[in-house]
Design a protein around this ligand. Structure first.
Ligand code: BES
Ligand code: MN
Ligand code: ZN
Length: 495
């Protein structure tokens, strides 16, 4: 895929297709009017017939207009002028790219009017164009045996109009890297759990490290995990025939001594619930329970790809959560790597068990910040639905940084209150604490559990149970929160 910016002369631009915006008032946007006069008012006449009213998400393809070099024009709805903001621009751009991906068009120039610079500056214009192109061209890595439909022809996308071409170009470059990382996350998460096992995740991490300069992978096998005394992680994994793996990815983009950002991913390649077995409906979706791990692996490739000037460590705890003769039972007590003992009252609260050992492992890097990413609780989905991930932690500046990154990246999260009282339900008569504490406020209780392992660290937790994948007809990985993490890392590297 080739990205660039166009600066002037849409009518004479040598591309297959010009993408123009139409407001709901039936009015062509500014860029559109220039094209319209070049082709003798044909577009206005078309709109005059009322066939296309410019609603958000609507598109129409028009061929062979005289007076312009492009063989097609794609009109995309911008909605009403009054409501024309970043969101409407994005929607129009998204719809246009989706429509282009269904044609044989191989090059285009995006020439939508822009909302105010405050809403969308040149850098984010470029980034959004590249990210949305990546999303429009994404094809699920299915195992269907029928002949695949032809791949989209789109090879070249020019973004505009721009004020500062260099900022837009940087946005395009970084957006393309984010889209590539998102594809890595989505492909890993979409794979069935009989393919994507802990071993497979580790091998993929290794292969990606080989392909990216500056990235190193180390994999701990079961014996090495035992040597690290990760008793909680091992308790989860002991019910499965699939052995666990602990993956360490290191990217060095700054001097060695510089404290790294550590990203920790939940890599439950399948979550049956264990002995506390889940209900069958929708259980297949628990193959997505390694989405946090996939996002961490993807984010490390992104840091390497963009040669970000900071150090990043990715830690992935990869296990399968199964019932079985050797499985951990409710009431069993495990000793975590930190030495704290945990009464496992519910084997389906396994994410926090593997994360607590991974978070403890993070300490050896003396990190500047630790962020764990996990499809951790159904309660977070109840609380926030599917638009925002949940964010909690023990460092308000870090949380603010993540909230801001999410907003800029269009990959939002929302803070839930993690105050001390939420740890009270975790009391146990038999161990230092239990791994569950009732249903109410479950997303926060889970974070309160993790907080017991992150004292003295600057730590934040992203619960992505509601945002990492979609159910229903569109079932599949969304690739979130890779854009958020990417924005966070890009900003950290620049400041
Ligand atoms: N992987 C699930 C959380 C989840 C639920 C992710 C729905 C995506 C959609 C997690 O391991 C889990 O089972 N959590 C339990 C915790 C409970 C036992 C305290 C839950 O949310 O029910
Ligand atoms: Mn579970
Ligand atoms: Zn789980």
């Amino acid at each position: 895929m080739e990205f660039g910016v166009w600066t002037k002369g849409l009518a004479t631009l040598a591309v297959d297709c010009l993408v123009l915006g139409v407001f709901e008032e039936g009015e062509l946007s500014g860029e559109g009017r220039a094209v319209d006069s070049a082709c003798g008012g044909r577009l206005k006449r078309l709109l005059g017939r009322g066939d296309f009213v410019g609603r958000p998400g609507e598109t129409v393809l028009v061929g062979d207009l005289p007076g312009i070099k492009a063989s097609r024009v794609l009109l995309t709805g911008l909605g009403t002028k009054k409501q024309f903001q970043r969101k409407a621009w994005r929607r129009a751009c998204q719809a246009a790219l989706a429509a282009l991906a269904r044609t044989r068009i191989d090059s285009c120039a995006i020439a939508l009017d822009r909302p105010e610079a405050k809403q969308l500056d040149d850098y984010y214009l470029g980034r959004q164009v590249a990210e949305l192109t990546g999303a429009a061209l994404y094809r699920i890595n299915d195992l269907k045996t029928a002949k695949k439909p032809p791949a989209p022809a789109l090879k070249k996308v020019l973004a505009g109009p721009v004020r500062a071409a260099s900022a837009a170009q940087r946005g395009l470059r970084e957006g393309a890297a984010i889209a590539a990382a998102q594809t890595i996350q989505r492909d890993l998460a979409n794979l069935p759990a009989n393919v994507c096992t802990p071993l497979y995740l580790a091998e993929e991490a290794r292969a990606l490290a080989k392909r990216h300069a500056g990235l190193r992978a180390k994999v701990l096998d079961e014996a090495a995990i035992r040597r690290e005394r990760m008793g909680c992680l091992l308790a989860v994994s002991q019910g499965s025939k699939q052995p666990p793996r602990f993956i360490v990815l290191e990217y060095q983009g700054a001097p060695k001594g510089r404290a790294p950002v550590v990203l920790v991913g939940k890599g439950v390649t399948f979550d049956t619930g264990g002995i506390s077995l889940k209900d069958p409906p929708g259980m297949d979706e628990m193959k997505f329970d390694m989405s946090g791990a996939a996002a961490v692996i993807a984010s490390l490739t992104l840091a390497a790809q963009l040669r970000l000037r900071l150090n990043v460590v990715g830690l992935v705890a990869a296990v399968e959560n199964m019932p079985g003769g050797r499985a951990v039972k409710p009431g069993d007590i495990a000793t975590s790597a930190s030495g704290q003992t945990v009464e496992i009252l519910n084997t389906d609260a396994e994410g926090r068990l593997i994360l607590c050992d991974a978070l403890h492992y993070a300490r050896r890097f003396q990190p500047a910040a630790v962020i764990d990413i996990a499809t951790l609780t159904g309660a977070c989905v109840v609380a926030l639905g599917h638009h925002h991930a949940g964010v909690m932690g023990n460092d308000d500046r870090l949380i603010q940084e993540l909230l801001a990154a999410g907003t800029r990246a269009e990959d939002r999260c929302w803070q839930l209150p993690l105050s001390e009282e939420y740890a009270e339900p975790l009391k146990s008569n038999f161990a230092d604490f239990a791994n569950v504490g009732g249903r109410d406020g479950g997303a926060i209780i889970a974070a309160a559990y993790l907080a017991k392992f992150t004292q003295g660290l600057k730590w934040a937790h992203l619960d992505i149970a509601g945002t990492a994948y979609q159910s229903g007809a569109q079932k599949g990985s969304t690739g979130r929160p890779t854009p958020l993490l990417a924005d966070f890392l890009i900003h950290r590297a620049a400041h």
